[in-house]
Each structure stands twice: as C-alpha cells, then as structure tokens.
Design a protein around this ligand. Structure first.
Ligand code: PMP
Length: 283
C-alpha cells in the first residue's frame, strides 16, 4: 500500500482527500519541490529546502513545516520501502481551501501539504547518447523563478515535444533561449559554458547551480548569459539539467544537429565530474 504525507500525517495515498475548494485545484495557487534520493542520500537537500522557502515566501503562503521536509522525505522512503533504490520525493503546498475568490482567504486558512515518493529507473540511454529537443516561443508568465504548480504552458509545450518524438521543449523569449519546460539548458560555444542568468524568466535549478560550481572547479570558462536563438549555428554542445535526469546531452536543438550528433567533450567531462561527486558523497 502506497503511503503519502498529507497535512502532517502519513496515510495510505488512497485516503488523501482534497477539498474541491482547495486553491491549488481552483487557481493552481501552490508551489512544489522535487528531490532525488541516491540510495543513501538526497542530493543537495539544503538547496531544495531553501528554494521551497523562497517559493512560499514569494507567494506569501505560510507553511510552518518547511524545515521538516528532509524528515518527511526520509519517512516516505522508509514507509514505502524505497531506501535501497533510486527514488524521488514530490512535495506540494497550496494556499489551502476557501470559498472561491481571487483575493487570498481572510482570515488565513491552513495550507494544504501533500508529498509522495516513488522509485524509478534512470534513463541511462538519453543520459549517455543524448536527446533531441524542440524550441518554441516562451508562452509562460514572467515569474518562472517561482516553482509554482501552475504549469500549463510547460505541460502543453512538453506534450507538443513528445508528440513530435522529442524529449524537451526549450523556450525562447524575445529571441533569447531561456530554459526547458522542466529543465535548465547549457551551451558550449568555443569552450565557454553559457546558461541563462538567474532571473524571473527561469527557474533557479538546483542542478544548474551545482553544474556551475563543478564547471568552475574544473576550470571551464562560464558566462551566465542568455544565448540568442539566431546563434544556434555557433553552438558546439548543449545539455539540459534537472533533478531527476541530472545532465542530458542535447544532440539536436530545434531541428539543428549539434556537434556530430554525439555528446561533446565538455558535456562528458561535466557528467563525469558530477558522477564522481555522487560517488564521493556515497563514500
Ligand atoms: N526549469 C524548470 C522549468 C523546471 O521545471 C526544472 C525542474 N524542476 C528545472 C528548470 C530544473 O530544476 P532542478 O535542477 O532544481 O530540478
């Protein structure tokens, strides 16, 4: 039986009941966080907790248990017997249930909190051989820095990618490449690593942050600067990053083949360093 966390309790998932008046349901008025378990540790849990706090603060949702997230996540793994395999934990907090009106409930209501865990098999094929992605106009709102559950523009764009046999949709805003529907994107141009700077137009990925640190430590030149869509022909390598898939090389971007259709040397080096870091943490 799958056990979930719901409003402070660990209960069978099928017993979770969310009000139809929940603002997460009515307005997408909530945030989420996702962490990855590496058979022994959560990768950079501290940064996930920090981002969780920031998302809540930006939306003015007062959930008192942010510091309990690591314990909640560990408990879910234990209760679902997932400790000895790769797993993910998802946490969602909404503003809570209240009579539908755009303004926040007054007086305040308790936020709704929900989390669950699942085991998974990493997609080694894409991670090693690379993947193909499409590009399209960034139709999202301009607070992409908040990890909001309101992801409609992301989901329809990703669906479009899947229907075209592609594995991610990369957004372009005013001619500048921002990020993917559920990943950040990096480029290698003449040996320099580029990625969009932290801003309201991208999510500050935890993987992104760690890749920048690893690249810096490896002596790779870095420019946190958006790449123009019309400079694709100058890109030698690209890769996308997120918590679940880590670093996935991109071998085709918006119909343009990159490198020789193979993951490039900078991407491979960063992947190796990331793997080495995981091994070192595991001890
Ligand atoms: N951008 C978006 C839009 C995302 O949904 C994600 C995945 N959470 C990322 C970037 C990557 O973030 P992280 O490395 O923290 O998983």
């Amino acid at each position: 039986m799958e056990i979930a966390y719901f409003n402070g309790k660990f209960i069978p998932k099928e017993e979770v009941k969310i009000s139809p008046d929940d603002r997460g349901f009515l307005f997408g008025d909530g945030i989420y966080e996702v962490v990855r378990w590496y058979e022994g540790f959560f990768y950079d849990m501290n940064s996930h907790v920090t981002r969780l706090k920031r998302s809540l603060r930006e939306l003015r949702i007062n959930w008192d248990d942010t510091d309990k997230f690591p314990t909640i996540a560990s408990e879910l793994l234990k209760l679902n017997k997932l400790e000895t395999q790769p797993a993910m934990v998802y946490l969602q907090i909404t503003r809570g249930a209240a009579c539908r009106t755009h303004s926040f409930p007054s007086p305040q209501v308790s936020p709704t909190s929900y989390a669950y865990a699942w085991g998974f098999v990493p997609d080694r094929k894409s991670e090693e051989n690379g993947t193909k992605v499409m590009m399209k106009d960034d139709i999202r709102w301009s607070r992409c820095d908040i990890k909001s559950v309101a992801l409609l523009a992301n989901t329809i764009s990703y669906q479009e990618a899947r229907e075209n046999g592609l594995n991610e949709c990369i957004f372009v805003r005013n001619g500048l490449i921002t990020e993917g529907s559920h990943s950040n994107i990096f480029f290698v141009i003449d040996g320099t690593l580029f990625t969009h700077p932290e801003s309201n137009f991208v999510l500050s990925g935890i993987t992104r942050k760690n890749i920048l640190r690893i690249a810096q430590d490896s002596g790779i030149k870095i420019r946190e600067e958006a790449v123009q869509e019309n400079r694709i022909r100058f890109i030698q390598e690209a890769f996308i990053t997120n918590t679940s898939s880590e670093i996935t090389p991109v071998i085709e971007l918006g119909g343009n083949s990159l490198g020789n259709g193979l993951p490039g040397p900078v991407t491979r080096l960063i992947r190796e360093k990331f793997e080495a870091e995981l091994k070192a943490i595991k001890g």
